[in-house]
Ligand binder design. Structure first.
Ligand code: GLA
Length: 736
């Protein structure tokens, strides 16, 4: 088979060559659509049959005129080989490959053909361009517009589609992907994907992609990322390292079921089709209705994984994460210390602790609501968002007053999409609950999911938030949780359109979040889903940060935070110091400082040195946080391959940097026996390297000294991490 295709390919190329000018001229005359970013180009071509194919996705050519020569390198007019690279593969006509779109027309016909109609590119600003390519079935009044949004400086592209039914009658969509990419020119593709579970998020696995289709997907509904997030990496040619190799990072901006098909085709090229998971999700479009699919984002780096991550950080902060270039609040949370067991005096004392510690905000977690069914455990009360009168007889107003008196802000936990069967809401509105009428209820953490496809439920969820802010104008922060998946998917409101539930749920969720953001545009909100069960760039446009995992053991967190940090900037990654793990408080704090720092500990349980250490660390963090959040991140030493993990954040002007190094190996003699070579500094500047976060009563492990940037980036510095100094934070500043 392989040889057959190889031979056909070679003879076709020869054929084009022999036919010479006539044939190639007709190819040249066909429309080329080249979308370019700073380093890369995505090139589509309209062929003689008016099909739009992807002919190149890779590093930009030096000479623009040569894009038109690309298609001549493919075999043309061959029954088999011209169909792999469709830019949006329709099902049921001549294409027998995994489709991007599959429909049944209003007359029952199941074939689709999509021909080029027109295209245009609009420059939105100096950085962003939007290319729209209109495709239409030649027989049916059915249209698809491909959208390609290019972020020039960040080297990021977003692709999505709008599917429009102009037929007289319903069209059923069986598959409706966002993007259909094609990578040629490399015979080897290495997939780095992630798997996990509660408290085990972001475990990487790298595999060589073999022929056929590898599917990454989720069918969990709400907490869609619990077992697998939609983010992945593909190295082209050979596995990329931190600073070398061609690699694409990608993911879907969608907080629900997703599906990505990675198909190595018989020509050894890679087809990537990604979008909403079509599993059990036929979507009906009535006449003149349309569906806009979620955005699939990707960045292509020709300089390894580090560059791809920095592209994403810049893009995420600038365009995706709410207030991505802004500031964040350090906090003290009570979940790990009190769980559901608290009352007004206890919380007031914790608010005092927040002040003593020196953080910006106190965050009241789960357990503050429910009266008929008090929320004293995770088995009751969800849905009844009235303040529990027994625990908090004077409401939360008095807590907020105490916070204001202590000069700290006040935030609160909610999980408004959910309901416990033991709640007033469940009894008052059984029709709002997602459950199969003919099946016994099946619970995840003793709860069920409310049907957000129903506008009445959307109003309810919106009002939970709006009431909190209306009654408590000084409320400054929300932690929005989502702890259950969707079992027994059935929504009464959707009647005979049950297969639309997973899509309409997410649309409903986004509609609520949009309403909240219209009224409360800037209030910080943490995106949580029993940890990292719902982290994606679709949701993050409404949130300022996310909770990566309930697992806060700092050793575990080093690995998780490391992996998250490939895809998301540190300003969005919340890390708390808790009682998880037996490591000293310094190690825990140093690990949490590589993102957005928080605490969830009892101050009374700290000795004087521990407390002093935390207070000083927060002060240092406040001075350096802008560099950590907004600076450029470089991974220096990989925890999976070394005794220690090390990374550095460098501010834009290259005047200040913060380097974190953590021991991850407990074995005898483990540590940084060699210098670690720094990255991102200015080689012509002189820097002072100084250890911070030194535990009271101990000596610094690193002697303060001045070095040239050249030295630090060629020889490096040894942070002296070992069994006695398990974590070291270095502040690196230019000498004036
Ligand atoms: C989830 C969150 C935790 C905490 C609990 C409260 O598990 O991930 O941080 O808020 O819910 O029930």
């Amino acid at each position: 088979m392989y040889n057959f295709f190889k031979t056909r390919l070679r003879s076709s190329v020869l054929f084009i060559f022999l036919l010479g000018i006539t044939f190639s001229q007709s190819v040249v005359a066909q429309e080329i659509i080249a979308v370019k970013t700073k380093s890369n180009a995505l090139v589509l071509q309209v062929n003689e049959q008016k099909e739009v194919n992807t002919i190149y996705l890779g590093e930009k050519l030096k000479n623009d005129t040569e894009y038109s020569a690309i298609s001549q390198q493919f075999s043309q007019g061959n029954d088999y080989t011209t169909i792999y690279n469709s830019s949006y593969t329709p099902a049921g006509s001549k294409n027998l490959l995994e489709p991007a779109i599959n429909v049944t027309h209003s007359d029952g016909n199941t074939s689709l053909s999509l021909n080029y109609v027109s295209h245009k590119t609009t420059n939105i600003d100096n950085d962003i361009s939007l290319t729209e390519i209109v495709l239409k079935d030649p027989v049916y009044n059915f249209e698809v517009t491909l959208f390609i949004k290019a972020f020039f400086n960040e080297d990021v592209i977003e692709q999505w589609t709008q599917i429009v039914n102009k037929e007289k009658g319903d069209v059923v969509l069986h598959k409706y992907a966002s993007a259909n990419l094609y990578f040629t020119g490399n015979n080897d593709f290495w997939l780095n994907q992630y798997h996990g579970d509660w408290a085990k998020e972001m475990k990487p696995e790298e595999t060589h992609l073999t022929h056929g289709i590898k599917v990454l997907d989720s069918k969990l509904g709400t907490r869609a990322n619990l077992f697998q997030p939609s983010v992945f990496m593909i190295s082209l040619g050979k596995p990329a390292s931190e600073d070398e190799g061609k690699v694409i990072f990608a993911g879907l901006e969608w907080s629900g079921n997703f599906r990505t098909d990675l198909e190595v085709d018989p020509l050894n090229n890679l087809r990537i089709i990604s979008g909403i998971n079509n599993f059990s999700s036929d979507y009906t479009l009535a006449e003149n209705e349309s569906l806009t699919t979620p955005k699939f984002w990707y960045t292509l780096s020709n300089e390894g994984k580090g560059k791809a991550s920095r592209n994403l950080h810049d893009w995420g902060r600038k365009y995706k994460i709410l207030d991505g270039n802004g500031s964040r609040l350090t906090l003290l949370n009570n979940w790990e210390t009190t769980s559901f067991d608290f009352n007004e005096p206890k919380l007031k004392s914790l608010i005092g602790d927040a002040k003593e510690l020196g953080v910006d905000l106190f965050l009241l977690d789960d357990g503050w609501f429910g009266n008929s069914y008090p929320r004293n455990g995770d088995n009751a009360g969800l849905g009844d968002w009235q303040i529990n009168k027994k625990k908090l007889p004077n409401g939360i107003g008095t807590l907020i007053e105490t916070a204001v008196e202590n000069d700290v802000k006040f935030g609160i936990w909610i999980e408004p999409e959910m309901v416990n069967p033991d709640s007033d809401l469940y009894h008052e509105h059984p029709e709002w609950v997602i459950k199969q009428p003919e099946r016994p209820e099946h619970y995840f953490r003793n709860q069920l999911v409310l049907d957000l496809s129903n506008p009445k439920v959307q109003d309810f969820v919106y009002n939970v938030v709006d009431d909190l802010f209306t009654k408590n104008p000084d409320l400054s922060y929300i932690k929005w949780d989502c702890n259950a998946v969707i079992y027994n998917a059935y929504a009464k409101h959707l009647k005979n359109k049950q297969s639309q539930l997973s899509v309409d749920y997410v649309k409903g969720l986004y509609a609520v979040l949009k309403r909240i953001r219209n009224k409360y545009p800037t209030v910080p909100m943490m995106l949580c889903s029993g940890g990292g069960g719902r982290v994606d760039y679709g949701a993050l446009q409404y949130f300022t940060e996310f909770w990566p995992s309930d697992n806060t053991d700092p050793l575990e967190r080093i690995y998780m935070q490391w992996e998250y940090s490939y895809f998301y900037p540190s300003v969005s990654i919340s890390n708390h110091v808790t009682n998880w793990g037996k490591q000293p408080i310094k190690f825990k704090t140093d690990v949490a400082m590589m993102g957005k720092l928080g605490f969830d500990i009892v101050l009374d349980e700290l000795n004087n040195d521990e407390l002093k250490f935390c207070q000083e660390a927060i002060k240092s963090y406040n001075l350096l946080k802008n560099t950590i959040w907004q600076g450029t991140q470089f991974h220096l030493q990989d925890p999976w391959k070394n005794d220690a993990a090390s990374l550095i954040f460098v501010d834009e002007k290259q005047n200040e940097a913060v380097m974190f190094t953590y021991l991850v190996n407990n074995r005898y003699g483990a540590g940084t026996t060699n210098p670690i070579v720094l990255k991102g500094l200015d080689s012509s500047k002189t820097y002072k390297v100084e250890e911070i976060n030194i535990y009271p009563g101990t000596e610094a492990a690193v002697v303060t000294k001045e070095y040239s940037g050249d030295f630090l980036m060629k020889v490096g510095v040894n942070p002296n991490v070992n069994q006695y100094h398990t974590s070291i934070v270095l502040k690196i500043t230019t000498v004036k």
